[in-house]
Design a protein around this ligand. Structure first.
Ligand SMILES: Cc1cc2nc3c(=O)[nH]c(=O)nc-3n(C[C@H](O)[C@H](O)[C@H](O)COP(=O)(O)OP(=O)(O)OC[C@H]3O[C@@H](n4cnc5c(N)ncnc54)[C@H](O)[C@@H]3O)c2cc1C
Length: 440
């Protein structure tokens, strides 16, 4: 590609569930470009395992609301929680209409449970729910003639004037740097896990939109709220840590210390379980604790968790017969670019959705399986708002000095900006979990 004269209606940055679902909810007469810095599938949405939460019926509303805000330490924005829960049955219908095939029993959907949920309300496709949802959304996107996807195209910066966004600056695989102009930009760039040594996220998910927001004084929220997942498979190898989904504990797996003793209620919220594991590791001087699936039927394990079973086998562990070593790892970013209930940021014509945004729905700690739900609920609302308002937006072509950009230097600078900001906001938390990260 590389055109600087074409004006798009909407540029979406990111091909995860948020970006794809936003694109699908825009009218087909809009010219939509989606870019992603890597291959389409290297988005965390494709590797989500456990599932997507939903309101089971109207009687579940109060319990679901309470579970979400209890997990969030009552720091959630209640209006966001309300919108997410109330919208969940409709977006699940939308997903099914895009051919997403959730597991069923003969009585209907099969619901599972994760830590912090007072009852099973999580829809899943075995243990590869994210792949099921994202790949079906991708198929639908690829059928739309108004949507183009460009892989291996990295957003380096935004183009803006007078607090109004006019486009983005990108670099392609040939290392060409050029501006892309558009009426609206939607950040759907995911979390920040790629900045950390131990994270379940893809390495390319490095919070670039957050750094760009810091640089351009776009409002941010709850940047210090980072979720540590209690159970990633322990490994010394470089790369992302393989997640052992919370639904494994939801189905009955237990945590054991080095003396093979249980030390925590495994279904407490993630932050509580992660802290308990860290304490146990410090007390015993070990690098991990154990997860035991001894209470689960081996045949059921293979059917319900085929992906986890297979991956652990590849790492030398048969989870139907033995405990596996697990550690807490960075997993999710509750904070992000501050947005309202339709994804509007503090800059005109700039929106943020999915994990990179923060409308306060998760409070200080996300309830399991609420993030895929949040991504689709608020990306749809964002698309609906853009659809109604785009006609009045005029895009100006503002010249950009592309020679001033150097991706390698920018990467380091962006990482530093984000880590410094997190530490500034919560030095104690930063030191507890990430004291080794910021060596450069
Ligand atoms: C292992 C794992 C398991 C999970 N399991 C669950 C679960 O069971 N249920 C649940 O609800 N949530 C789960 N989550 C969380 C959930 O997957 C994510 O929060 C959600 O998918 C985020 O979606 P997203 O669209 O915002 O971002 P992502 O899916 O991460 O997509 C981000 C996109 O932005 C692109 N991008 C980033 N920076 C740039 C740039 N500078 N230029 C161009 N493109 C860029 C990336 O390439 C990518 O395409 C899990 C997460 C992980 C890591």
């Amino acid at each position: 590609m590389g055109s600087n004269t074409v004006i798009n209606d909407v540029i979406i940055v990111g091909t995860g569930a948020a970006g794809l679902f936003c694109a699908l909810n825009l009218p087909e007469n809009l010219k939509v470009l989606i870019i992603t810095k890597d291959k389409i599938e290297r988005s965390d949405s494709f590797i989500a395992q456990g599932g997507i939460s939903t309101l089971r019926d109207s009687q579940d509303y109060d319990a679901y609301f309470e579970d979400t805000i209890r997990a969030g330490h009552y720091k959630n924005t209640n209006e966001s929680v309300k919108v997410m829960i109330e919208s969940s049955p409709q977006v699940i219908k939308d997903l099914v209409n895009f051919n997403v095939d959730f597991d069923h029993t003969d009585k209907g959907f099969s619901y599972t449970r994760e830590g912090g949920h007072s009852q099973p309300r999580i829809l899943h496709k075995k243990d590869t729910t994210g792949e099921e949802i994202s790949s079906k959304l991708l198929i639908a996107v690829q059928k739309r003639e108004n949507i183009i996807i460009e892989e291996n195209t990295i957003m380096l910066d935004i183009i803006c004037s007078m607090n109004s966004c006019k486009g983005i600056v990108v670099q392609n695989t040939a290392k060409e740097i050029y501006p892309l102009y558009t009426k609206t930009v939607v950040f759907a760039t995911g979390g920040i896990g790629g900045l950390f040594q131990h994270s379940t996220n893809f390495r390319n998910i490095t919070g670039d939109a957050i750094a760009i927001a810091i640089n351009h004084h776009i409002k941010l929220k709850d940047l210090e709220c980072i979720q540590i997942h209690p159970t990633a498979l322990y490994s010394k190898a470089p790369g992302r840590r393989f997640l052992i989904s919370e639904s494994v504990r939801g189905e009955g797996a237990i945590l054991l210390n080095s003396k093979k003793e249980r030390f925590v209620d495994e279904l407490l919220p993630r932050d509580v379980v992660a802290k308990a594991i860290k304490n146990e590791m410090l007390k015993d001087g070990t690098d991990y604790v154990y997860l035991s699936l001894e209470n689960l039927d081996p045949e059921k394990i293979k059917i319900r968790f085929p992906n986890i079973y297979q991956r652990c086998l590849e790492e030398g562990y048969d989870i139907t017969k033995e405990c596996i070593p697990v550690i807490p790892a960075q997993h999710y970013f509750m904070g992000g670019i501050e947005v309202d209930l339709i994804g509007k940021t503090s800059m005109e014509n700039l929106f943020a959705i999915g994990e990179t945004s923060c409308n306060g729905v998760h409070g200080q700690n996300r309830l399991g399986s609420n993030s895929l739900l949040e991504s689709v609920v608020f990306s749809k609302r964002c698309a609906e708002y853009i659809s109604k308002n785009i006609q009045s937006i005029i895009c100006d072509i503002i010249p950009v000095d592309v020679k001033s950009y150097n991706y390698e230097k920018l990467q380091q600078h962006y990482k530093q900006l984000i880590l410094d900001e997190i530490r500034r906001r919560d030095a104690k938390f930063y030191e507890q979990w990430f004291s080794n990260e910021n060596k450069n």
